[in-house]
Design a protein around this ligand. Structure first.
Ligand code: AMP
Length: 290
């Protein structure tokens, strides 16, 4: 893998990389399309990373369909599909030696998934060493993950550009995820409530509400009407530090995690005040560029 990337770079090509855990869907494919715009060579990896799963999580049952993934990569004309074995990524056992930023990792999903982000930073670091990309692509669906990877790249001076792709959704709004496969018909029908809750929050903000607690109360009250849904967390945070915000003044993230039956799903939305009047009537000067 490394030799391939290096030879491409010697030919003056810009190498783009999309790391995945496979079971490819339109969320992944949209990252391929984004990569095509920003790189000459598209490398995709499929690796179900054991160290980012907790002991009671779904590592064993995580959907794996390599032949389907392979043909999707061929159809999308990926230049290289990187399929490392567990022993190649973890020759010394399932250690996590690249620590995620402790502050970012203590927020949101970090609370209910201890060690998860150390697993993510370790695997991404090792994949980056093998692939040596110029630019790598991550979905906003896993917003916290993308921020943590970005920080890991800065802290380790890897010099890799990180770009984020938009959340890709089903027609009814449910964010695409390999874990949606676990949902039965009744759960699938209720799962759209996550997206509807985000929409409800966006509506509240557009109508002038800026107090996070009031928005979150509405979100919780709405979700509590769905018997198959149990909220793990719903928080409004700063977009860069993930610190909870009592009040929305400029941009903010609303991040949501909820169990639908036994399946834990995440979703999020960003409140934007770019060029619009903020709830307080002041114009927002700060802009966020990904
Ligand atoms: P995964 O295979 O779930 O580890 O995801 C691989 C990459 O695809 C990560 O950067 C995810 O954030 C991204 N991704 C997964 N689902 C979506 C989605 N619905 N929209 C956009 N990106 C996604």
């Amino acid at each position: 893998m490394h030799a391939y990337s290096c030879s491409q770079k010697r030919d003056g090509k810009r190498v783009g990389f999309v790391p995945t855990m496979g079971d490819l869907h339109h969320g992944h494919l949209s990252l391929f399309d984004l990569a095509r715009k920003h790189a000459d060579i598209l490398v995709v990896s499929v690796f179900v990373n054991p160290t980012q799963f907790g002991p009671r999580e779904d590592f064993d049952q995580y959907p794996r369909d390599l032949e389907r993934d392979r043909s999707m990569c061929e159809e999308r004309r990926c230049d290289a599909l990187f399929l490392p074995e567990i022993r190649e990524i973890y020759p010394n056992g399932l250690e996590t030696d690249i620590q995620a930023d402790p502050v970012l990792a203590s927020r949101l999903c970090g609370l209910s998934r201890p060690g998860h982000f150390d697993g993510v930073t370790t695997v991404v670091y090792r994949l980056f060493k093998a692939v040596a990309p110029d630019v790598a692509f991550f979905g906003k669906k896993d917003f916290q993950q993308a921020l943590i990877v970005q920080k890991m790249v800065l802290d380790n001076n890897l010099g890799i550009e990180i770009k984020m792709g938009n959340i890709i959704r089903e027609a009814d709004g449910l964010a695409r995820s390999s874990r949606n496969r676990y949902l039965d018909t009744a759960q699938r029908a209720q799962a759209i409530a996550l997206f509807q809750a985000l929409e409800l929050a966006q509506k509240c903000v557009k109508e002038g509400e800026s107090q996070a607690s009031r928005i979150l109360e509405k979100v919780s009250a709405f979700l509590s009407t769905f018997p198959l849904i149990r909220i793990d967390y719903a928080q409004i945070t700063d977009l860069q530090t993930l610190t909870p915000l009592p009040e929305i003044k400029e941009q903010a993230l609303l991040a949501l995690a909820a169990f639908v039956g036994q399946t834990r799903l995440i979703d999020n939305t960003v409140f934007e005040f770019r060029g619009e009047k903020s709830p307080r009537g002041t114009r927002c000067e700060r802009k966020w560029h990904w």
